[in-house]
Design a binder for this molecule. Structure first.
Ligand SMILES: Nc1ncnc2c1ncn2[C@@H]1O[C@H](COP(=O)(O)OP(=O)(O)OP(=O)(O)O)[C@@H](O)[C@H]1O
Ligand SMILES: [Mg+2]
Length: 306
């Protein structure tokens, strides 16, 4: 995969601007209905991918990657075909979280074959180059690398392709929001005010480019003490209240749990190491609710088109 790339390939076609999700309408897993795009002069990337979901937050370190990883595995466990793109070029987490730090993807012709683990197809800059090299990349180069994750990777048929976004609302986030036909975005936040303030910025960005907000997840909602009482370390229900005010679906609260952190560091996510814990159940519930919101969004989209 070269790092400099012709960016014109998909940029001038309006259905790639913002939520060009017409191609993904009325999707549910298991059966691809093969809608064709009418744009004849461009080959549409990802035409075998039914739903593309960005996991975002304004703030760093709130658990986007952790949620994206556990969400992907959770959806795969339901029988869906799932891919996960690590869009954090400057600090990729997916290789560590999947225990694939020294694994390189193979080529199939001109395309990269995504790695696959725990039932999820994966692509990360961390699989391709020395991380120290990525750090010096400037905006346009980073944006074109992201586009190559779409155009030059052999994803094949997927029910869900999840983007784990970097923190903030910079070039990479905007490129993805504007040029990838996202079904919608999931916002991850902690309950505290400073995180919520940054979430507002991310919401504003997605709304500006007409990307639907699928819902909000409150991570690190509380810590359960040995006597069973809950310590609301980062404040209580901040995410839930914010979602209500904004009219966004609330996908659930995920507690602070040592197993989550350990799972991320060890390369086997908590949903696999502790499948029956309260935390894993909360994550699975959020994944189910998200899948429901995807269906609702697609149905609404189909309605608007008809
Ligand atoms: N519910 C949780 N309980 C305990 N630890 C958690 C939880 N969620 C995330 N963490 C830990 O918090 C740290 C940050 O999480 P993560 O890397 O997923 O955040 P992020 O939002 O993706 O960060 P960045 O903005 O840098 O991409 C990690 O060490 C992770 O293991
Ligand atoms: Mg991250």
């Amino acid at each position: 995969m070269s790092t400099v790339h012709d960016e014109s390939a998909h940029s001038s076609c309006n259905h790639h601007q913002g939520n060009g999700h017409s191609a993904h309408s009325s999707c549910s897993h298991g059966h691809h209905h093969g809608k064709e795009e009418s744009c004849s002069h461009h080959e549409r990337p990802l035409n075998q991918v039914k739903n593309i979901i960005a996991v975002a937050s304004g703030k760093g370190g709130v658990g986007k990657s952790t949620f994206a990883v556990n969400l992907a595995i959770s959806l795969a466990e339901t029988g869906a075909k799932v891919g996960l793109i690590d869009a954090d070029l400057y600090g990729p987490s997916i290789p560590t979280m999947f225990g694939l730090l020294n694994t390189k993807p193979e080529m199939a012709g001109k395309n990269l074959v995504p790695l696959e683990k725990f039932g999820v197809k994966l692509m990360s800059i961390g699989f391709l180059i020395d991380i120290d090299t990525a750090v010096i990349w400037r905006g346009p180069m980073a944006s074109s690398a992201i586009k190559q994750f779409i155009s030059d990777v052999d994803w094949q048929e997927l029910d869900y392709l999840i983007f784990d976004l970097p923190p903030g609302t910079g070039d990479i986030q905007l490129t993805i929001a504007q040029t990838i036909p996202l079904t919608g975005a999931v916002i991850v936040t902690t309950p505290q005010d400073v995180a919520i303030a940054d979430v507002s910025k991310a919401l504003g960005m997605f709304r500006k480019v007409n990307v639907p907000i699928l819902g909000l997840v409150e991570n690190m909602s509380h810590y359960e003490l040995p006597d069973g009482t809950k310590d609301f370390i980062f404040g209580s229900h901040g995410g839930e209240k914010f979602a209500k005010i904004q009219g966004i679906s609330f996908l659930g609260s995920i507690p602070i749990d040592r197993a989550v952190r350990e799972g991320g560091d060890s390369g086997t996510p908590c949903i696999l190491t502790h499948p029956d814990s309260a935390t894993s159940k909360a994550i699975k519930q959020a994944a189910t609710e998200l899948a429901r919101q995807v269906s609702i969004t697609n149905a609404r989209q189909t309605e608007e088109l008809s």
